[in-house]
Design a protein around this ligand. Structure first.
Ligand code: SF4
Length: 451
């Protein structure tokens, strides 16, 4: 049935979705399907979807429409919707797009093989019930040969009042430290140089795993995990995302400072700089606590790179409260800040509140915040001028084939002249000659022997 079949996966949204898509591609290749770069050349079409904001959700419907039409000419075309829209909509998606064969939530990514067998037996399948996520045995088909995503915790138990993630990705499920280390050991043997440990709320890692220390602390935390996997052979760089200020500890900061492989880059969404808005968001920290975390990081690692996420126009947000967000961005000086206007999401408390902010005010605030972000990032990036940076070479510069590209330990994208065949996977020294708000250009200084 599958020997000559081809598949195509389109991924929307976050790193978690990208990692899920890589695993689902691995399942399909295990079943004998081959990748088709062109979706119209594929027999199995999978959309791994995102519903974090309305515009993200709407994207999949335009894609689906085209393939649903195609299915009328090609009845054996298999159409799959996976990810967060699938979980949010479930059966309703079949009513909206009757041509669909499979609707599967994020928790079912590792079960794609079984679910597809049911489809090939002629069934239309919906898999959105909450399940315990089985350890993935598949070999992910990873996009990169140099850097890899490694899930450490699925789901989220927080209840931020704007966020749809807990309802579409379910409760926290941590993988065991042994399973995570085993996956990293395989990656090290396969020649991967960098791993990013992933979790929606990665600081919650381990709190659902049994065991506690004599002091009564969780036996398994992100900090313990970093120490546990730090000496995996072949892996030179370790990153992690996404952090939560509510659970960010000095113990974790000290570990990042002490462990040479852990990169000095922290992604810690703050969302708002106003305590009243943070309270309404149920974020569980104040802007003062957030500032203390950043100050503590910079105490240990003055040059650390800080990125975050911020929402403007949350229900009830006044001009004065928005200005507190601007003030925090002004004071902290982020290397990167992902900004978005509040988007009411199905099933979230804030979506039902009366005091919604007008679209016009949201647009105005987003523009003002983005302007400030650009100015501050341009200021922050000046510190790289004429410095020698270590860069892990990941790929050719798609815009300039004579150049290669990679990222510094501070996660700054860097371009320089070089031969990708020679340099791919090497950590090289680059003298920075040009700085831009979000990227650098430099000159290769030396090429250490590929390790
Ligand atoms: S921590 Fe909050 S914003 Fe982040 S995924 Fe969980 S509920 Fe959503």
């Amino acid at each position: 049935m599958t020997a000559s079949r081809k598949y195509h996966i389109t991924t929307f949204g976050c790193q978690m979705n990208k990692a899920d898509s890589e695993r689902m591609a691995g399942v399909l290749e295990d079943m004998g399907l081959q990748w088709s770069e062109d979706p119209n050349g594929a027999d199995v079409i999978l959309y791994n979807t995102c519903t974090i904001r309305d515009n993200a959700e709407q994207k999949v419907y335009s894609y689906l429409g085209k393939q649903a039409k195609r299915k009328h000419q090609q009845p054996d075309l298999t159409l799959i919707v996976a990810g967060c829209v699938a979980q949010q909509e479930g059966e309703q998606l079949l009513r909206r797009v009757p041509e669909l064969d499979l609707v599967m939530g994020p928790q079912h990514a590792n079960r794609l093989g079984d679910l597809l067998e049911q489809v090939f037996e002629g069934n239309q399948v919906v898999a959105t019930e909450a399940i315990h996520i089985v350890e993935d045995i598949t070999k992910p088909r990873r996009d990169s040969k140099v850097t890899a995503w490694v899930n450490v915790i699925y789901g989220c138990n927080e209840r931020c009042t704007y966020c749809v993630v807990p309802s579409v990705r379910g409760v926290e499920q941590s993988r065991t430290p042994e399973a995570i280390r085993a996956e990293m050991e395989v990656l090290g043997r396969q020649g991967y140089k960098e791993v990013t440990l992933l979790g929606q709320n990665i600081d919650a890692y381990g709190r659902d795993l049994p065991g506690s220390t004599p002091e009564g602390r969780n036996k398994h935390t992100l900090t313990d995990l970093l120490y546990f996997v730090h000496d995996v052979p072949g892996i030179d760089l370790i990153r992690f995302a996404t952090s939560h200020p509510r659970y960010f500890t000095e113990r974790l900061i000290r570990a990042c400072h002490e462990l040479p492989k852990v990169c000095e880059h922290f992604h810690i969404p703050f969302q708002s700089g106003d305590n009243e808005v943070l309270k309404a968001m149920a974020r569980g920290y104040t802007q003062e606590k957030y500032r203390r975390i950043i100050a503590k990081i910079r105490e240990y690692m003055p040059d650390a790179s800080i990125s975050a996420d911020a929402i403007v126009g949350f229900p009830g947000e006044t001009e004065a409260q928005f200005e507190n967000t601007l003030k925090l961005v002004e004071d902290i000086g982020f290397d990167q800040l992902n900004t978005a206007a509040y988007s009411p999401r199905p099933g979230t408390p804030a979506a039902l509140w009366e005091n919604q902010v007008s679209e016009e005010a949201k647009r105005d605030r987003l523009q003002r915040l983005n302007r400030l972000v650009e100015v501050k990032a341009a200021e922050r990036t000046q510190r790289y001028a004429n410095r020698i940076e270590e860069v892990l070479v990941e790929d050719r510069n798609p815009k300039n084939p004579s150049q290669v590209m990679g990222r510094t330990r501070g996660n700054r994208l860097t371009f320089f002249e070089g031969n990708i065949e020679e340099l791919k996977g090497a950590i090289v020294k680059v003298k920075v000659s040009e700085v831009r708000a979000f990227s650098l250009t430099g000159e290769l200084l030396d090429v250490p022997a590929l390790v």
